[in-house]
Design a protein around this ligand. Structure first.
Ligand code: ADP
Ligand code: MG
Length: 368
């Protein structure tokens, strides 16, 4: 089931008496979520992710705009008629009910033609439990489960009515690092297996990048960029998106284009075409540095860190906006950690220019 958002907007009255006006939590969302895909809604805390999800499931009413499931306008449909499965950060299981009862709960209230026999309910619950590999734990209470298992119960409960759309709001936040990794793989597998259109909300860029078919990057209620994770990483439309994606984060420098040469301080880093003389903000991905004795970018060496397969050179530069510059280099490259300076050349496709005030990307072409 594809989901279409048209000018979807949600405003809240401001709560601070000193700053009258309103908060636009979701500002004019217009995009389509393709059928059967897993879409990551990504942005910092407070950017409107939960509000967007609440609008899609019907828990909140939009100020403006429309929501379609397939061809159907569901904007005014109550949540129970939208066919959505919901999972929140706090699993919100019923503590006094067994796993089985927790999973069958959404089926208990079906009335009329939809009413199910106890047998049928338990059969469906078992199917959902199998999907999340919980079938051996059906008689336990939530307190007898690990966090990861509890979250799987919540997912099974969301799946038991075979929803047309699955909505997950930061479902992994309460899990420790290892479980988070495991559970996100699990969610990916279940999503593939069921083919249910899924929206996965998170503030964690790595999480979103790793499991999404498509990510929607948001800032202050406004969509910044939509695309495949790798495409957005490779071609960020602005400084915000470039900074938000990637670990370690992109390195930012104050630079200047003069006579088709990009300077960072005194260092002539790149010859490029298509940019008039101006001040620019330069972003270089950690993997965009190549240590070279005659490299144009001269940095002051801080230290070299070896972490598993990665060698990371930590250095500084007077024009860097970051406390330190972090570059991930090939393990075979020889870098002397005791040297005073380290020099780099830069991979042009890992370097981006942005407008210093607006943060908009400035396109350029590379001169050989
Ligand atoms: P996120 O889930 O990305 O952290 P939210 O959607 O919860 O963000 O919130 C987006 C913005 O809307 C925030 O500024 C928040 O304070 C505001 N907001 C959310 N819900 C309400 C509400 N019920 N009343 C007033 N403001 C709200
Ligand atoms: Mg939220």
């Amino acid at each position: 089931m594809k989901i279409v958002l048209q000018n979807l907007t949600k405003k809240f009255p401001s709560r601070g008496r000193k700053s009258p006006g309103e908060v636009i939590a979701v500002n004019d969302f217009t995009f389509e979520i393709p059928d059967g895909k897993l879409v990551g809604l990504l942005g910092p805390s407070g950017c409107g992710k939960s509000t967007a999800l609440n609008l899609i499931c019907g828990l909140q009413k939009p100020t403006r705009g429309k929501i379609f499931f397939g061809e159907d306008d569901v904007t005014n449909l109550p949540p129970e008629h939208r066919g959505v499965g919901l999972v929140f950060q706090n699993y919100a299981l019923y503590p006094h009910l067994t796993v089985l009862k927790n999973i069958t709960f959404p089926l208990e209230n079906l009335r009329g033609a939809d009413k199910l026999s106890r047998e049928e309910m338990e059969k469906r619950a078992l199917e959902a439990a199998r999907m999340v590999q919980l079938e051996g734990l059906m008689d336990r209470k939530p307190s007898e489960l690990s966090g990861g298992q509890q979250q799987r119960v919540a997912i099974a409960r969301a799946l038991v009515k075979t929803p047309k759309v699955l909505l997950l709001d930061e479902p992994l936040s309460n899990l420790d690092a290892r479980l988070r990794l495991q559970t996100r793989e699990e969610i990916r597998r279940i999503q593939r297996q069921t083919g249910v259109t899924t929206i996965f909300v998170t503030h964690d860029q790595e999480e979103a990048m790793s499991i999404s078919d498509m990510i929607v990057v948001m800032k202050e209620g406004v969509v910044q960029q939509i695309g495949k994770p790798q495409e957005v990483y490779d071609e960020p439309v602005n400084l915000f998106v470039a900074r938000f994606l990637g670990t370690p984060p992109i390195n930012i420098f104050r630079g200047r284009v003069s006579g088709e040469v990009l300077y960072i301080g005194e260092d002539a880093v790149l010859t490029l075409a298509g940019v008039t003389d101006q001040e620019v903000t330069v972003g270089i991905r950690p993997e965009g540095f190549i240590p070279r004795e005659d490299g144009p970018l001269t940095c002051r060496m801080t230290r070299v860190e070896v972490m598993g397969r990665d060698v990371s050179v930590v250095s500084t530069h007077p024009c860097s906006d970051n406390v330190s510059i972090r570059s991930i280099i090939n393990a075979e490259s020889m870098v002397d950690p005791d040297a005073e300076t380290v020099r780099f050349s830069v991979k042009p496709h890992k370097l981006y220019l942005f407008h210093p005030e607006t943060g908009e990307r400035i396109p350029f072409t590379v001169r050989a």
